[in-house]
Every structure is written in structure tokens, then in C-alpha cells.
Design a protein around this ligand. Structure first.
Ligand code: SAM
Length: 428
């Protein structure tokens, strides 16, 4: 099934998450994640009591609909700051939904999803109660019915915050929910968190992209199985770098063995994670990935297709591909050139930020040197996280552009990415 989903971006998270959580730079859209759960329910891919896993848990936004549908959700997230915000969101929902019948559970844990199976199995003894039949026993492979997730991107260009968020509105919500920090302190924290995903070693977003073709055609793991077969002829036979069973990771004793280092290019690490997702799913379990192409050096990078290919390479089969439109149809208008279809565009803030930077860099040389120096001095004070000349110059350009120029037209040769891909796959 290939189809178009409209109107998935009309609703926001206002009131449904703690205000600090808005700083996450790549949240699920409220409408889209709701639609995805509704789709999974309509297709009978899950029923109350089932387990749903998100290996890129973020601030737990996949958890809300899961709880409301009586499902048990586990998110694994690498960055502590997001885990903390995710936990606060989950606490908020438990207060808001108190008394609702047949609620599910949600838990976000801090961990590196390159060790996903370990993380998931550890949740058995300490997971929140509700579904008593599974209580007290460790999570096993194939306990999971559904994976819903959105991977980070190996492209820092699209990961910076646009600064176009309405901080005043967020602050109002923050105060109304009992937050005590001053507006300036609140903005500082938000800006610090929203500049990128984070820098914890193992964060896929900071890894070199590497080559998907190499990862697909020749898995990064040892090609040689312990029984001598190839790792590609059976999922169960996959071994890790050192030829150990895949869920074995180095202990202190053998960490020096370079063959044991975890995968460290984006596509290698992603394969490691997608592979474990496959193993954790029940037969006939489904995985739903939200992905999006992006632009780099003026070219469209077909990220979604690459992600789908990666999933297929570990054994998944694509069953549905939905395009969730970021532009909204606003009707038609007759013009002298014929009928024009009107659209309202909703750009991600990565996108808006990227465009602003390009426009700002073009605008910069039109300024007098004295004015440039003023903005450079201003930028120097504002770039707090690992300041480099490039970062300061970019900040100065954006400050100058925003204060001097209100040109909001698309820049030349702009490539529009006007949908997110929702790719549904099955483990057959
Ligand atoms: C696209 S975001 C997901 C956001 C999430 N869907 C939400 O709405 O809250 C991807 C997340 O993956 C996390 N991440 C990156 N590398 C990871 C890893 N190795 N293990 C677990 N999480 C990781 C990032 O910190 C980021 O929060």
C-alpha cells in the first residue's frame, strides 16, 4: 500500500508535554504519531497488553498513545537529558490520565540501542506493573509486537534549532505548570538543549555517515559464523566483530581488542540496531519508521529509501509506505494560467534553520565591515557550547540577517522536502 496522509501536522504538544521537552530538536509530530497508532490498531497489528518498543526513544512521545491504547511502551534513549524529560512527560500523562480504564504503561530507559536486546531484556523485573501475566520475568527476544520509531540523521546540517520557537509561549506554559526559573534562565536552558541531539559517545547523529552500500552488501559484522557459514544466510547466525554471538559485548578484559569495538559509522550502527529490532519482534511483528529525506550540498539525499533498504537487508518486508504531507492543501484558485493548487507549507525547524543560514551567508557580504564586527562581537558572547570561528561567524550572520533583513523568500535552487515517510515493515 502506497498512499498520502494529509493533516498530520495540525496539532501541537502544548499541554501534553512538560515545557522543557519542546527543546528536543526532532520530536514526533502530535498528529502523525496519533495517526500511526490508529493505523496500527485499524490494521490489527497490536492489541491491549502488547509491547511496543522505540529504540530512539527521545522524550518518550511514542508513549502517550500507547498508554491510551492499553499497550506497554518501552523507549531506549541515549541522552540523559532527554531521558529525564521523557520521564517527566510520562509522569505528566499518568496524572492526566488517572482513572481512565485499561491504561497501558510507558517506561523510558537510558541506554545505547547498539545494545538494544540487552536493554530490552533488562526491563522485565523492573518494568511498571499492569500486565500481570508477564510480571517478574525477563523480557525475551520475540516479546515485542510493534516497533515505532524515528532514527536520528547522520547529517548535522539539519540538526540545529532554528531559534524560531515561540519561547514566550513556552515560558508561559512552563510557569503555569509551576516552573520557577526566570525567563532568561529558561531560554538559556532551552537553547543549550535544542542546539543538537547531544554528544554522548554512541549518538548516531554525530557519526560519520559511512556507506550504506558497504553495509548492505557486506555486513559490518564478522562474515564468518562460528559454524563456518556466512552471516548473511541466516539472522540467527549473525555474529559481532569478534565472531562472538551478536548480543555479546566487550567486557573490560577484552575491550582493547579492536575487533570488539562497537560499530561507529552511522550505517553500521543503524544496521546493528535494526537487526536487533528484527530479533526482538514476534513473528509477524511490525516495525514502523518515520524518516525523511534531507538536502545536503544542494542535493536531495534519499534517506528514507536507504533506511528501508537497510531494513530489508536484515529480513524485513515492506508492507506499506505512507507519505505524510508537510504541506497542507488549501483549495484551488483559477488564474490566467489555469487552475493553481494552493498549499501552506510546514517546514521542520531544521529546514527553516538551514534556509536561514544560507540566506544569512548570502546577505553577510552586503554589510559594512564595522557592522559585521558588531555582530561578530555579539555572536562571540552568545556561542557558549564549544565556540569555533565557523560557529561564531555563522551566528553573527544569522543575527545580522534577522535584525537587518526580512527577506523570507525561498533561496535559489531550493529543493523542497514536503513529506515525511512512514514506512511499515513486517517480520515474516
Ligand atoms: C529522531 S529522535 C527521536 C525522537 C522521538 N521520536 C520523540 O519524539 O521523542 C532520535 C533520538 O535518538 C537518540 N539516539 C541517537 N543515538 C542513539 C543510540 N545509539 N541509542 C539510543 N538512542 C540514540 C537521539 O538522542 C534522539 O533523541
Amino acid at each position: 500500500m502506497d498512499d498520502i496522509w494529509q493533516n498530520c501536522y495540525n496539532d501541537g504538544w502544548q499541554g501534553d508535554i512538560v515545557p522543557e521537552a519542546f527543546s528536543h530538536p526532532a520530536k514526533f509530530s502530535r498528529g502523525l504519531i496519533h495517526r500511526i497508532y490508529q493505523h496500527a490498531k485499524d490494521m490489527q497489528w497490536v492489541m491491549a497488553g502488547d509491547w511496543v518498543l522505540d529504540p530512539f526513544g527521545g522524550i518518550a512521545l511514542g508513549g502517550l498513545d500507547a498508554i491510551a491504547m492499553g499497550l506497554n511502551w518501552i523507549g531506549v534513549e541515549l541522552e540523559e537529558k532527554f531521558v529525564f524529560l521523557g520521564q517527566q512527560n510520562i509522569e505528566l500523562w499518568s496524572r492526566q490520565l488517572k482513572g481512565w480504564p485499561n491504561l497501558g504503561t510507558a517506561r523510558i530507559v537510558q541506554g545505547d540501542s547498539r545494545r538494544l536486546k540487552e536493554q530490552f531484556s533488562m526491563q522485565g523485573s523492573c518494568r511498571p506493573v499492569k500486565c500481570d501475566c508477564l510480571n517478574g520475568h525477563s523480557r525475551q527476544s520475540e516479546d515485542c509486537s510493534l516497533i515505532i520509531s524515528s532514527p536520528p540523521y547522520a547529517d548535522q546540517l539539519i540538526q540545529k534549532n532554528s531559534g524560531s520557537i515561540d519561547r514566550k509561549k513556552q515560558y508561559k506554559t512552563y510557569r503555569s505548570q509551576g516552573g520557577g526559573a526566570s525567563f532568561e534562565a529558561f531560554c538559556r536552558t532551552q537553547d543549550l538543549h535544542s542546539t543538537d541531539y547531544g554528544h554522548t559517545p554512541g549518538n548516531l547523529a554525530n557519526m560519520k555517515e559511512g556507506s550504506i552500500d558497504a553495509v548492505i552488501s557486506s555486513p559490518p559484522y564478522s562474515e564468518i559464523r562460528q559454524d563456518g557459514g556466512s552471516s548473511r544466510d541466516g539472522i540467527k547466525g549473525l555474529t559481532n566483530y569478534s565472531g562472538e554471538p551478536r548480543n555479546y559485548w566487550p567486557t573490560q578484559r577484552d575491550q582493547k581488542n579492536l575487533g570488539n569495538v562497537p560499530p561507529d559509522t552511522f550505517w553500521e550502527a543503524s544496521r546493528e540496531i535494526v537487526q536487533q529490532c528484527f530479533e526482538l519482534l514476534k513473528p509477524n511483528g511490525k516495525a514502523i519508521w518515520v524518516c525523511k529525506d534531507y538536502c545536503k550540498d544542494g542535493k536531495r539525499i534519499p534517506f528514507s529509501k536507504r533506511w528501508a533498504t537497510l531494513c530489508e537487508s536484515v529480513g524485513f518486508k515492506i508492507i506499506h509506505w505512507h507519505k505524510a504531507m508537510l504541506v497542507k492543501p488549501e483549495g484551488e484558485q483559477d488564474t490566467i494560467r489555469g487552475t493553481q493548487y494552493l498549499e501552506t507549507e510546514r517546514k521542520s525547524f531544521f529546514r527553516r534553520n538551514h534556509e536561514t543560514k544560507i540566506k544569512a551567508a548570502k546577505f553577510w557580504p552586503t554589510l559594512d565591515i564595522d557592522i559585521q564586527n558588531e555582530f561578530l562581537a555579539m555572536a562571540q558572547k552568545q556561542v557558549n557550547v564549544k565556540p569555533t570561528e565557523k560557529k561564531i561567524l555563522q551566528k553573527a550572520q544569522v543575527l545580522a540577517f534577522k535584525s537587518e533583513c526580512l527577506d523570507d523568500r525561498p533561496y535559489e535552487n531550493e529543493i523542497m522536502i514536503d513529506f515525511e515517510d512512514v514506512i511499515c515493515l513486517v517480520k515474516e
